[in-house]
Design a binder for this molecule. Structure first.
Ligand code: NAD
Length: 478
């Protein structure tokens, strides 16, 4: 058995990658695959650690960065790029591994990867960020760690459409060609991005939670009524994933009673208006002092607010052995990657808390990234060919019905029936279908065997089964 030193350390000591390995091992026990195959699926295939110089002001600064391809059982490998001073090799490996399993859970035909650049984007000017992003991309090009059929990055913590546009442009400069824009997803729509990608992870979080709370049998065990209406929700992290999750959950009828950011938290027992808070933060630079809410000075206290659904949407290790016993929620909805440590998971599970695991719940981003990649390779916007034709057929049908019954249909209903699907309709519909399908798959796996403790294990088993099937069908190259 060949395992590198880092993997041994991760197994022995507390590390994020070690946590993912433990979750994997727990699930692997419920499968019957050969040990060697499980090891191939579990560990990271390629780890690229780089250092490169960047001119910042009149100084030269050395930036440390990573790209990890956890699995290439399907190509391209796929995963976001994180900009944070907390980036480590261990973290990037863990996130890359989660990407492999996440793609498998939602049937996105990609391997898993992740990138990290150890900088504080809040302390960089736009020009410095552009220099760092372009140089990082050039380093990936040099070592063949990026390309439409090789490895396709996307946004993650600290990055967004702007950085993705710089990556696409830099890649195209080295590899001109008609498919170059498929080297990265999460781009602005003007640069080959797809409508609905920015909000996709939050929308997927919403679909996942909505589906979970709709099942009466499961809600009864939590002493909750089925449905989102009136559910009290606390959200940690008000960035891309946190904001959109909160917004869709509010639209779905839930009350967002607290939002936590790194500078503090706000609390309104009756629920706050997510867009008003967003506007307030944009204008004042902080979520604190929002006029309709009470400030919570210590942001971590917000996690302990009594609620029905707690949505950690910031970073990993937020629910840990130190605070898990004080968490007063019925459901933890893991919008962030790795927000719950295994120790916290044990405490929460003993308290009867249901955990909707990250590798399922935040898969909306990669699902819509897959749609963007397909769009880039097919060079046509979804809905472009069929929209008007569908509208013509539907309109003709409605007119025939009206003629037949001798009565005009309600205008609102008529508009819904005759509308032809555009890109956003198709993206949202594909995302909704993906999240619902995946939820029932992992729930069924959990329910099939009473020894399977939770949905996370169900999701890992689902992923292992699919990846193992792929390897077994491929065969092992001599
Ligand atoms: P982001 O940078 O847009 O937002 C993160 C927010 O969390 C920031 O506003 C930051 O200030 C806040 N934050 C940081 N530490 C905090 C703390 N201790 N308490 C409260 N708030 C804190 O990042 P994002 O893209 O929203 O990513 C958030 C999480 O979701 C990460 O774990 C990421 O890996 C995961 N994720 C993101 C995507 C995506 O499409 N962006 C997809 C899947 C998973």
């Amino acid at each position: 058995m060949l395992i590198d030193d880092e993997d041994i350390v991760a197994q022995r000591e507390h590390s994020f990658f070690g946590d993912v390995i433990n979750y994997f091992d727990r699930a692997a026990k419920f499968t019957k695959y050969p040990q060697g195959l499980l090891e191939q699926i579990k560990f990271c295939n390629s780890v690229y650690r780089m250092r490169f110089p960047v001119r910042i002001g009149d100084k030269i600064e050395v930036v440390v960065a990573y790209r990890v391809e956890h699995s290439q059982h399907k190509l391209p490998a796929k995963g976001g790029i994180r900009y944070s001073t907390a980036v480590t090799q261990d973290e990037v490996k863990a996130l890359a591994a989660l990407m492999t399993f996440k793609c498998a859970v939602v049937d996105v035909p990609f391997g898993g990867a992740k990138g990290g650049v150890k900088i504080d984007p809040k302390k960089c000017t736009e020009l410095e960020l552009e220099r760092i992003t372009r140089r990082y991309t050039a380093e990936l090009v040099k070592k063949n760690f990026i390309g439409p059929g090789i490895d396709v990055p996307a946004p993650d913590y600290g990055t967004g459409p702007r950085e993705m546009a710089w990556i696409a442009d830099t890649y195209a400069a080295f590899n001109p060609g008609i498919d170059a824009s498929a080297c990265v997803t999460g781009k602005p729509v003007s640069q080959g991005g797809i409508r609905g990608r920015t909000e996709a992870t939050g929308r997927g979080v919403y679909y996942g939670i909505r589906e979970a709370v709709s099942i009466s049998e499961d809600m009864k065990k939590l002493k909750l009524t089925p449905g989102l209406a009136g559910k009290k929700v606390v959200v940690q992290g008000f960035g891309n994933v946190g904001y959109w999750s909160a917004k869709f959950l509010q639209q779905g009828g839930a009350d967002i009673i607290a939002i936590a950011e790194y500078e503090g938290a706000i609390y309104v027992p009756k629920g706050l208006d997510v867009d008003e808070v967003f506007k307030h933060r944009k204008e004042s630079g902080s979520i604190l002092n929002y006029k309709k809410a009470k400030n919570i000075k210590n942001t971590n206290d917000a996690l302990e607010t009594e609620c029905d659904i707690l949505v950690p949407a910031a970073l990993e290790n937020q629910l840990h052995s130190g605070n898990a016993a004080k968490i007063k929620t019925k459901i933890v909805a893991e919008a962030a990657n790795g927000p719950t440590t295994p120790e916290a998971e044990k405490i929460l599970t003993q308290k009867g808390v249901m955990i909707l695991p990250d590798l399922f719940l935040n898969a909306g981003g990669v699902t819509v990234s897959y749609f963007e990649w397909l769009k880039n390779l097919s060079h046509v916007r979804f809905g472009r060919m069929g929209k008007r034709y569908d509208e013509f057929i539907n309109k003709t049908l409605v007119e025939s019905i009206e003629k037949g019954i001798g009565k005009k249909l309600d205008v609102k209903a008529k508009n819904v029936i005759t509308h032809g699907a555009d890109e956003l309709d198709l993206v949202n519909s594909g995302l909704e279908e993906t999240m619902i399908q995946a939820y029932y798959e992992i729930r069924e796996i959990r329910n099939k065997n009473k020894n399977i403790p939770d949905l996370r294990t169900g999701a890992f088993i689902s992923a292992i089964d699919k990846i193992a099937a792929s390897y077994l069908a491929l065969g092992i190259f001599p």
